[in-house]
Design a protein around this ligand. Structure first.
Ligand code: ATP
Length: 386
């Protein structure tokens, strides 16, 4: 592409409840500064002074509740202001969740059910703004002193760790605009592929493991129990994708389902959980600011996230390599992907593929550029959980 034209520093005066939407180029620096008033990026306030360098490829909205002037410096791919945002609805949702957290805290020491804060699951098609809404809900809660747990079930575009994992982490302060979700103590489970349909049973097994670990943590920690969870999901809402959403609601005992931007999905989920007590299914508007990303773009972001995992956002990590003998490591694949042919089975037996069975893999050049997870399991059949 042609080098981007130089753009001089420019100021934007934002009316109350409006936002400046900016897309950062992959290879040009863009800085932002608050000149006057107050403004936030996805729930995290801009510092009153100084320039913030927005990471390459970010697509952000600088929103103000009460009015602000902000300045941009550097080249952007696009920038425009809008006063049509669903932010008031989002912050009202936050206020309701906040009241539930306070109720849960007040019930501490008594009934386990009553002392459980909201378990919110955010669902919707791709590019409906799920991750962004999760960030806002988490940052607003953290700003009030709660420590909610962020659970990311999106193995394709996950925001906590490397793609291919489901993970969870406590959020103790508003999410850093530059560094993103804190990585000090994530719980991560390796699925190993960006597509759940490759082995949905393993995906479900991992969700169960993660939910169980969180349940144990909550039982010993009234504070995080009251703060609850915010769960981000995949944008796959049809067929098996829909079934996995229902599974996630069940497994994580979600009691608030926020549906972004799709009436049909809202109706389906509402009907599906009707018989279960105490689950609210709420329909929310999607923001027009959410940027659409095609599959090529998504694949690229995945590669960048893998690179970021090893090298850091600002290239500030230095991974080192370790040489091991092939004879000192065993490599396994979970689920064979093949069923035994009928002809190989005793007469009358039905072929069953155990999707969580471990299959030893021969180390070969096919594995070059593959990301593997290191298991701490003592025995191979513990691998799924350790
Ligand atoms: P997926 O299902 O594909 O993971 P999603 O529904 O989680 O997508 P987001 O990741 O929240 O969608 O949003 C898509 C992109 O749009 C992100 O890069 C996000 O930063 C950007 N975005 C969200 N809201 C706005 C906004 N109001 N203005 C500008 N950009 C936005």
């Amino acid at each position: 592409p042609a080098p981007a034209a130089v753009q001089p520093p420019r100021q934007f005066k934002l009316d109350p409840q409006s936002e400046l939407r900016v897309e950062v180029l992959p290879d040009a620096t863009l800085r932002v500064r608050l000149v006057s008033g107050t403004a936030e990026i996805f729930g995290t306030e801009l510092p009153p002074e100084g320039w913030l360098t927005i990471p390459p490829r970010s697509k952000i909205a600088i929103f103000t509740w009460h009015g602000a002037t902000v300045e941009l410096d550097g080249v952007s791919e696009s920038e425009y202001t809008s006063d049509e945002t669903p932010m008031v609805i989002y912050v009202n949702t936050h206020a309701i969740l906040d009241a539930r957290r306070a109720r849960a805290r007040a019930a501490q020491g008594g009934d386990l059910e009553a002392s459980q804060g909201p378990r919110v699951i955010v669902v919707g098609p791709t590019d409906s703004g799920k991750s962004t809404l999760c960030k806002m809900l988490l940052s607003w809660a953290a700003k009030l002193g709660w420590k909610p747990t962020y659970v990311d079930l999106d193995i394709g575009q996950g925001s906590i760790t490397i793609p291919g994992c489901i993970s969870a982490t406590p959020i103790e302060k508003p999410i850093d605009i530059v560094d993103g979700i804190p990585l000090e103590m994530p719980l991560a489970y390796f699925y190993g592929h960006p597509n759940p349909s490759i082995n949905p049973d393993v995906y479900k097994a991992l969700m169960r493991e993660l939910a169980q670990t969180l349940e144990t943590q909550f039982s010993g920690n009234a504070e995080s129990r009251a703060a609850g969870m915010v769960i981000n999901t995949m944008g796959w809402v049809e067929g098996l994708g829909y079934e996995l959403l229902l599974n996630a609601i069940d497994i994580f005992k979600a009691n608030v389902v926020l549906v972004l931007g799709q009436e049909k999905l809202w109706k389906m989920l509402k009907d599906a959980v009707q018989s279960k007590p105490n689950i609210d299914v709420v329909k929310l508007h999607k923001s027009e600011g959410v940027v659409l990303r095609n599959s090529k773009y998504r694949q690229k972001t995945r590669s960048f996230r893998i690179k970021e995992y090893f090298y850091g956002i600002a290239n500030d990590l230095a991974p080192h390599s370790n040489v091991v003998n092939f004879s000192d490591v065993s490599v396994f694949r979970i689920g064979s992907g093949h069923q035994a042919p009928r002809s190989a089975l005793p007469i009358g037996a039905e072929p069953v593929a155990d999707p969580t069975r471990l299959v030893a893999v021969n180390i070969s050049t096919d594995m070059v550029h593959t990301v593997l997870a290191v298991s701490y399991a003592k025995e191979p059949d513990e691998i799924i959980s350790r």
